[in-house]
Design a binder for this molecule. Structure first.
Ligand code: A3P
Length: 300
C-alpha cells in the first residue's frame, strides 16, 4: 500500500499534497493585502474560515439573508492552497491572480514551509490550533468518515502511538503550533494566534480581535457588537451544520462536507482516552510545549 504520510521538509505530508506544496512554494505570489487562514487540521479551520470570510466581506454582503456562507461551504470560499495547486496549475494560478482583493486563502502548512513571498510580504495570517487531546479525537473521527483512499486503517491505539510520535498529517502537531506561536510573538501584526477553546468560550472577544487584526471597518461602525454578533450567529456550529450545502457532497474530492461538522465541543476527548493515554499525552504536551508560553486549558 502507498504510505499514508511522507516526511518532507520536516513535516508529515499527505502524499496527495506534495505536488501541491511544491507548486505553492514555487508559484504563489503573495500580495500585501492577502489574508491567510492557517491551521492545524481539525482545529476549527472551517469555523475560522467562515468567520474571517464574513468579516472581510462584510461591506459587500451586509444582508445576511443572501450571504454566500448560506449557499457555499467555507472551504469552497477559502481554498486550501496546497490542495488546489495540484491539477490544472496554470488555470489555478490564473484564477488566484484574478481573485477580488483582499484575497482570502487557506493553508495547513507549517510556518517554516510557507512560500517566501508570504513570510516576506505584509500579508496577514490568522492561525488556529486546538488542545492536542480534542485535536486527536477529531482527526480520528474524521478519518473514519473519509474515502478509504486517503484514510489509513489504524486502530485508535495505533493512531495514538503515531500521534505521540508526531506522525499525523502536517505534524508533528507541536512544531506546527510552536512555529506560528513564535512568529505571533515576534510579529504580532503579521500572525494572530488563536485557540479553538478561546474562540468557543468567548467568541465575541476573539472575533473582535480578528476584526481588529485585519483593520476591519466593522470595528468603527456605531454598533459594532451587533454586527459581530450577527456574524457569529451566521457561522455558529448548529447553523452551519444544518445548511443544505453542508449536508451532502464533497470538498477536495474525498472529504465529505457533513463530516466537517461533528460535535464542536471542548473536552470530548474524555470519552475516548484511557488513563494511560491521558498520562502519556499530558507528558508529551509538557515536554514539547512547556516553557514556550503556549498552553491549553482543556486537558488539565
Ligand atoms: P469535532 O470533531 O470535535 O466536533 P476543521 O474545521 O479544522 O476540520 O475542525 C473540525 C472541528 O471543528 C470539528 O470538531 C467540528 O465539529 C468543529 N467545527 C466545525 N464547524 C464549527 C463551527 N461553526 N463552530 C464550532 N466548531 C466547529
Amino acid at each position: 500500500a502507498a504510505p499514508y504520510l511522507h516526511f518532507f521538509q520536516d513535516f508529515w505530508c499527505p502524499p496527495y499534497c506534495i505536488q501541491g506544496v511544491n507548486n505553492f512554494q514555487k508559484h504563489f505570489d503573495a500580495k500585501d493585502n492577502d489574508v491567510f487562514v492557517a491551521s492545524f487540521p481539525k482545529s476549527g479551520t472551517t469555523w475560522l474560515k467562515a468567520l474571517t470570510f464574513a468579516i472581510v466581506n462584510h461591506q459587500q454582503f451586509s444582508s445576511l439573508d443572501h450571504h454566500p456562507l448560506l449557499s457555499s461551504n467555507p472551504h469552497q470560499l477559502v481554498s486550501i492552497l496546497e490542495f488546489i495547486l495540484n491539477h490544472n496549475l496554470n488555470d489555478q494560478i490564473l484564477s488566484l491572480s484574478n481573485m477580488s482583493e483582499p484575497r482570502l486563502l487557506g493553508t495547513h502548512l507549517p510556518f517554516s514551509s510557507l512560500p517566501e513571498s508570504i513570510t516576506k510580504s505584509n500579508c496577514k495570517i490568522i492561525y488556529i490550533c486546538r488542545n492536542p487531546f480534542d485535536t486527536f479525537v477529531s482527526v480520528c473521527e474524521f478519518l473514519t468518515k473519509v474515502n478509504s483512499v486517503s484514510a489509513p486503517e489504524f486502530t485508535f491505539e495505533e493512531a495514538f502511538e503515531k500521534y505521540c510520535n508526531g506522525m499525523i498529517g502536517f505534524g508533528p502537531w507541536w512544531s506546527h503550533m510552536l512555529g506560528y506561536w513564535k512568529e505571533s510573538i515576534a510579529r504580532p501584526n503579521k500572525v494572530l494566534f488563536l485557540k479553538y477553546e478561546d474562540l468557543k468560550e468567548d467568541t465575541l472577544f476573539h472575533v473582535k480581535r480578528i476584526a481588529e487584526f485585519l483593520d476591519s471597518p466593522i470595528i468603527q461602525v456605531g454598533d459594532s457588537n451587533a454586527v459581530i454578533e450577527n456574524i457569529i450567529k451566521l457561522c455558529g456550529f448548529e447553523k452551519m451544520k444544518d445548511l443544505e450545502v453542508n449536508k451532502s457532497g464533497c470538498i477536495f474530492t474525498f472529504f465529505e462536507k457533513k463530516a466537517l461538522f461533528r460535535k464542536g465541543e471542548i473536552g470530548d476527548w474524555i470519552n475516548y482516552f484511557s488513563l494511560s493515554m491521558i498520562q502519556k499525552l499530558s507528558k508529551i504536551v509538557e515536554e514539547k510545549l512547556g516553557g514556550s508560553g503556549l498552553s491549553f486549558k482543556a486537558h488539565s
